[in-house]
Each structure stands twice: as C-alpha cells, then as structure tokens.
Design a protein around this ligand. Structure first.
Ligand code: NAD
Length: 264
C-alpha cells in the first residue's frame, strides 16, 4: 500500500482525489490537509462522498502523517508552504497560477526529491500537448491562438493548461512563450504580429475545462480541442501519477512520462 496525503482535501479537486484514493486497493489515505476553517476536523471520506475514512481534515501545522506521496490541489501559497514540509516525500501537484518564484521553488524541490507538477492530469490534454508540438514545428509560419474556457470560480487566467499548450508551441518553434504571447486583444491592435501566440480566457458557468489550439494560414485553419467531462478525469490522472512516482529518483517529471508519450 502506498501511503498518500492529499493537500487541499476539502476543495473541488481535493475531494475527488480523496474519493479515488479511498477507492484504490493499493493506496492508503493517511492525511487530508486543508486550510484552517469549518472543514478541519471533518472526516475526509464523508467530505468526498464516501464512507467515513477515519482521516479527519487537518492543517499543515499537523504535518503530513506517514505519507510517501503528497497529492496537492490547492493554491500557490499553499503549495509553497507544503514544499518546506515534504522532507523525503514525493510530490504530485496540480496547483496552477504560480509566479516565476513559485515555479523556481518547485524546480528546486525536484533536484532533491521526485516531483510531478502538471497543469493538467488528463490523458487527452497530454495528447493535445504532443499534437501541439507536432503542429507548431510542422507549420512554423501558421498563426496560433489558444482559447480556454473554465467555470466562474477559477482563480487564475489564462489557465495553466493554456500556458502549457503555449509553451509547447513556443518550444517547438525555438522561442520563449513570454517573448511572443499576446493576452486577449482590445482596441486598435493593428495587424497580427508574426509568430505571436494569442491567449484568450472565457469564464462562464460550471465548465470544468475546455482548451482549443487554433492554428492557421491565410487560407485554412485547424482547431485541436479538448473538453474535460468531469474533475474525475484530473483526479484519476493524479492518482495514476501518485502510483507511478512512489519510489522514483529525484527529478521533475510530467504526465507524458507517466503515460509514456515522450518528452513533455
Ligand atoms: P478549490 O478552491 O476548490 O480548492 C483548493 C483547496 O485548497 C481549498 O479547499 C483551500 O482551502 C485549499 N488551500 C488553499 N490554500 C491552502 C493552504 N495554504 N493550506 C491548506 N489548504 C489550502 O480549487 P480547485 O478547483 O480544487 O483547484 C485547485 C487547484 O488545482 C487550482 O490551482 C486549479 O487551477 C488546479 N487544477 C488543476 C488541475 C490539473 O489537472 N492539474 C485540474 C483542476 C484544477
């Protein structure tokens, strides 16, 4: 049995991860971490819609129990606090919205322990990233625009997945996303800058996650799209990653490693 702690256990994603850890015969939920508030002390299994698990939600101050792997879906500040407490544990984190300092801290952690930080744990998005690389390098002059849509409560924009698609395109073309990105458009924009990568975020209702890569020449365009039907898709990927990363060497891993899809 792999002992697992879930960080952000009372959140939308955390509850789905807790449910899937409890359902897995080879994983054991040993800690469920939340922010100080009403969910602390509540049984994590009940919060996740399962039978009582005998694991109450606690806070980071109470530690990470006897976990070997921590699965984190929280907020950047939560992940940053978590990094200091991990000791030898492996980390699977789906949290998005980090600034450069936050990403550096995760990269530093990956030099001493196994870390899988992915903006999206779905198999379909891992394939979208692989297809984005092929399209971007095979069609180097075509314009690229990335459109994402999410539920109205999402904290960050554009989504971590949209940025990951943008980085995949930029890397395939040998440029940095930050040099070529154009976030939204408004006013008298003039003609499109050659090589620009447009990023557009819609926030509406309850959409779990939708991403489209538009790539086009003056005469035709192609749209590669992915729609997540439920948060269980991401939770299943995170649980699969937790199983895969237990006992690995230190390093920064991605879902493409877990799924055997080649380089990230
Ligand atoms: P949410 O707001 O429903 O849940 C976040 C939870 O983290 C909350 O319960 C909050 O109390 C907890 N938290 C925040 N800071 C904390 C701290 N300092 N200590 C302890 N707990 C803390 O959000 P969500 O929709 O579950 O999304 C969580 C994160 O996961 C977001 O960054 C989101 O973008 C990302 N996400 C990633 C994927 C993926 O596949 N990688 C999929 C969906 C969402």
């Amino acid at each position: 049995m792999i002992p697992v702690a879930v960080m952000g256990a009372a959140g939308r994603m955390g509850r789905r991860v807790v449910a899937q850890v409890l359902d897995a015969p080879d994983l054991q939920l040993v800690a469920a971490i939340g922010r100080p508030g009403p969910s602390v002390g509540v049984d994590a299994g009940l919060l996740a819609g399962r039978e009582p698990a005998g694991v109450p939600v606690t806070t980071l101050a109470d530690g990470l129990g006897a976990s070997a792997v921590v699965v984190d879906f929280s907020l950047p500040a939560g992940t940053s606090s978590l990094l200091d407490l991990l000791e030898g544990r492996a980390l699977v984190s789906g949290t998005t919205g980090f600034d450069a300092t936050g990403l550096d801290a995760i990269a530093a952690r990956a030099r001493v322990a196994p870390v899988l930080h992915a903006a999206n744990f779905s198999t379909g998005v891992a394939m979208l990233l692989a297809l984005a690389r092929i399209a971007a390098s095979s069609l180097p002059d075509w314009d690229v625009e990335i459109v994402e849509a999410h539920h109205r409560m999402k904290h960050d924009a554009p989504s971590g997945t949209a940025l990951a698609v943008g980085r995949a395109v930029a890397e395939a073309r040998g440029v940095s996303l930050d040099e070529v990105r154009e976030d939204g458009r408004s006013g008298v924009t003039g003609p499109r800058a050659p090589g620009a990568i447009g990023l557009h975020a819609l926030r509406i209702g309850g959409i779990v996650g939708q991403h489209e890569l538009w790539i086009g020449s003056p005469d035709e365009h192609l749209i590669l799209g992915h729609t997540a039907g439920s948060r269980d898709v991401f939770a299943a990927g995170a649980v699969r990653a937790a199983r895969w990363i237990a006992g690995r060497e230190p390093g920064a891993y991605g879902m493409s490693d877990v799924l055997g899809l080649g380089p990230r």
